[in-house]
Design a binder for this molecule. Structure first.
Ligand code: IPM
Ligand code: MG
Length: 362
């Protein structure tokens, strides 16, 4: 297979972790006889600095013609001014929207040897294997918003959470299908006791459920869901949530395995690439970690696992994806740790050393 991957290293540790994932993708290409072309483009803070925009036109054009996109992270202290007109995060939201990537898949699995790195007791973690499906192009992130100063000089602002039934239905359908391919349980996260928009959400889920009689559905209020993620995480299979709630519960869920450094994500839409698969955007969920940027010590596993998701969802290369996942698994089983995972007297490997361990198991 010949395929083109647009790489958006972005800010903070983004360039370090995408460089690691590229090494792994190159090794896969060699091992399985593929050829991957990497086209590096700007996004986020570095886009603002070097091209005057958090999503330069050239980046968007390249992304639209790519077979898949691999992203590092965006954001950093330098661009944190609350009054700035452009922000690194704006570029990320815009590329999601422009590419129609409405579904964000965030799987959370626990490597048994890492259970001690989790803030939860090991017995709570047994059997944890969940997939959060977060709506990514609507809701509070994209509703009408405004900031203004009134005649007395006081500042005001609002955002609105808005969903159409069809926007809800397409993400919920995808979640039901995912549940069918897993353990057959769907937990829909809402706030139907308070918000109109969430009553519509629940109604659509109940209607869609009729098409999937083999899936067990539960409706969980978002506040209760954050609690259940801590007291019964193994009871979740697929969780589906709107944009804002999904953002929050995935950070919480990411702590179950001890570090968010290992966790990948895929953002998919309904547009296919040249290969007949969804043109997705793949990124670790950890963010730019400006506190450790440039030191070469970031955990590359979340991005490497994102590269595996890329091969599976955008290229249809299941064996190659599974090979990466098995290599990461073996790396952890062999006791190799980056700083975020090491504790006690465990040695902390740097990004390149950890990447080489993964390559050695491929
Ligand atoms: C995420 C991040 C982003 C989001 C930020 C960086 C805009 O937190 O992907 O979860 O809120 O969606
Ligand atoms: Mg987030």
């Amino acid at each position: 297979m010949n395929a083109k991957i647009v790489v958006l290293p972005g800010d903070g540790i983004g360039p370090e972790v995408t460089a690691a994932a590229i090494q792994v993708l190159e090794a896969i290409a060699e091992k399985f006889g593929h050829s991957f072309e990497f086209d590096e483009q700007l996004i986020g803070g570095i886009g603002i600095d070097e091209a005057g925009s958090s999503l330069p036109d050239a980046t968007l054009a390249a992304a639209k013609s790519a077979d898949a996109i691999l992203l590092g992270a965006v954001g950093g202290y330098k661009w944190d001014d609350p009054d700035a007109t452009d922000r690194p995060e704006k570029g990320l939201l815009k590329i999601r929207k422009e590419l129609g990537l409405f579904a964000n898949l965030r799987p959370v699995k626990i490597h048994p040897d890492l259970a001690s790195a989790s803030p939860l007791k090991a017995e709570k973690l047994e059997g944890v294997d969940l997939l959060v499906i977060r709506e990514l192009t609507g809701g509070l992130y994209f509703g009408e918003s405004k900031r203004w100063t009134d005649a007395d000089g006081e500042e005001h602002a609002y955002n609105t959470m808005v969903y159409s039934a069809s926007e809800i239905r397409r993400i919920v359908d995808l979640a039901f299908k995912a549940a069918q391919g897993r353990r057959g349980k769907l937990s829909s996260i809402d706030k139907a006791n308070v918000l109109d928009v969430m009553r519509l959400w629940r109604k659509v889920v109940m209607e869609s459920a009729e098409d999937y009689p083999d899936v067990e559905v539960e409706h969980v209020l978002v506040d209760a869901a954050t609690m259940h993620l801590l007291n019964r995480p193994a009871s979740f299979d697929v969780m589906v949530a709107g944009n804002m709630f999904g953002d929050i519960i995935t950070d919480e869920a990411s702590m179950l395995p001890g570090s968010m450094g290992n966790l990948p994500s895929a953002s998919l839409g309904s547009d296919n690439n040249r290969l007949g698969h969804p043109r997705g955007l793949y990124e670790p969920i950890h963010g730019s970690a400006p506190d450790i940027a440039g030191q070469g010590i970031a955990n590359p596993l979340g991005t490497i696992m994102s590269a595996a998701m890329l091969l599976r969802h955008s290229f249809g290369l299941e064996a190659e994806a599974a090979a990466i996942e098995a290599a990461v698994d073996a790396t952890l089983s062999a006791g190799h740790r980056t700083g975020d995972l090491a504790h006690g007297d465990e040695t902390a490997l740097n990004t390149q050393q950890m990447t080489e361990k993964v390559l050695s198991f491929l």
